[in-house]
Design a protein around this ligand. Structure first.
Ligand code: AQP
Length: 354
């Protein structure tokens, strides 16, 4: 049987990148799962605090993320849905794996560099960079926590966007290194090396800076469309999306990143519109940019309207019965913790700690 694990940070309402790159895939895996498959979807708040968070804002975002997952159709009867910090084994396994994680390997990870806006060749041990003090241990070792998240459950499949592919490679390496050191035999690994599932829309780009990925924490809210945005907001954001002054429509991610991103979004939101984003460009080659944008906005609205309505319904329910979401998440955490403790016990036994 499959074990599927994935996480999302409670750093705001999910945007189209999260939706197309991860959440829609989570839902599909849930719908296609066999009865004995296990699905775990986590709100990874321990990851969120690698960047400074305001406590009341974080509390609100955890609630909104939970509502977003339910709005996506993720079902607590079918998937274990929980907050990471409520399952202490995540931090415990992270420490154990940290003792075997290479600083050199971690220093090559791109995420901490991009979060600090450092160049790709930045080295954490170099005493010179001005923002060296800004690099916190937690942000640097974030991929080890991510490896622990995944390895705790014997995960076989991890659905993520392309930005996470490097961390999955690291997770497999950690698992193999750990098995090599502590597994009783190669045929009885302690930790399962997981497969990455990349969704077809691997990387949705920012609407205002289409060479960067769409992100929850980018300062400009016009750079992303949230799954809760109204029709008017969607239309306005798509209308102001950065494109170019070339005439007509064509698909080329290098020379026309803005237009190509809009074609990608339209195609992946509703694959019935054409056979590929390139084919969609050919079909629309003589259309004006204004008309393309109208079509894109309409397609997005039609595809996520139901999610928005469900989100509102979940939030109304929460208003009527304060604490209903927290209670659901607590039940998820209890189930997750039971599964996680099986791995932690096995690992501690193998290392001589039980
Ligand atoms: N632009 C994107 N295109 C495709 N997939 C994306 N994902 C994120 N952005 C895109 C996928 O969404 C899942 C959850 O992401 P996350 O919240 O854990 O963190 P992130 O990747 O760092 O996403 P954000 O939106 O950029 O958050 P902030 O700004 O808070 O760091 C992951 O599977 C990710 O691949």
């Amino acid at each position: 049987p499959k074990v599927v694990f994935s996480g999302i940070q409670p750093t705001g309402v999910p945007h189209l990148g999260n939706y197309l790159g991860a959440l829609r895939q989570w839902r599909k895996l849930q719908d296609e799962a066999a009865p004995d498959d296990t699905l775990l979807y986590s709100i990874v708040d321990l990851h969120a605090i690698t960047i400074k968070q305001d406590p009341s804002q974080l509390r609100q975002w955890r609630k909104e993320m939970l509502a977003s997952l339910y709005a996506m159709g993720l079902n607590p009867d079918r998937a274990v849905i929980f907050c990471q910090s409520a399952v202490p084994q995540h931090a415990e396994l992270m420490w154990i794996l940290s003792c075997n994680a290479s600083m050199g390997y971690l220093s090559r990870m791109t995420q901490w560099k991009s979060k600090l806006a450092l160049p790709s060749n930045a080295n954490p041990l170099d005493p010179s960079p001005a923002n060296k003090a800004a690099l916190k241990l937690g942000l640097f070792s974030y991929p080890v926590l991510q490896a622990a998240d995944i390895l705790l459950y014997g995960t076989t499949h991890v659905p993520v966007g392309e930005d996470q592919a490097q961390h999955l490679e690291f997770t497999r390496d950690i698992a193999n290194g750990f098995n090599h050191l502590f597994a009783p035999s190669p045929s009885a690994p302690l930790l399962v090396s997981p497969q990455t599932i990349l969704s077809p829309a691997k990387r949705v780009m920012s609407l205002t800076e289409p060479t960067k990925k769409m992100s929850k924490s980018a300062p400009d809210p016009r750079s992303r469309i949230l799954i809760t945005d109204s029709k008017e907001e969607i239309t306005k954001k798509i209308k102001t999306a950065l494109t170019d002054s070339t005439r007509g429509i064509s698909y080329d991610r290098e020379s026309r990143p803005g237009v190509s991103n809009l074609l990608d979004i339209m195609y992946y939101m509703d694959e019935s519109v054409a056979s590929s984003p390139e084919a969609l460009a050919v079909e629309m080659k003589d259309v004006s940019l204004k008309a393309l944008k109208e079509k894109v906005a309409e397609t997005i609205e039609n595809s996520i309207k139901d999610v928005r309505e469900k989100y509102e319904a979940v939030m109304n329910e929460e208003d009527k019965h304060d604490g209903y979401l927290a209670k659901e998440a607590e039940e998820g955490a209890t189930r997750a913790s039971k599964l996680a403790s099986l791995t932690v016990i096995k690992v501690k036994e193998a290392m001589g700690m039980i």
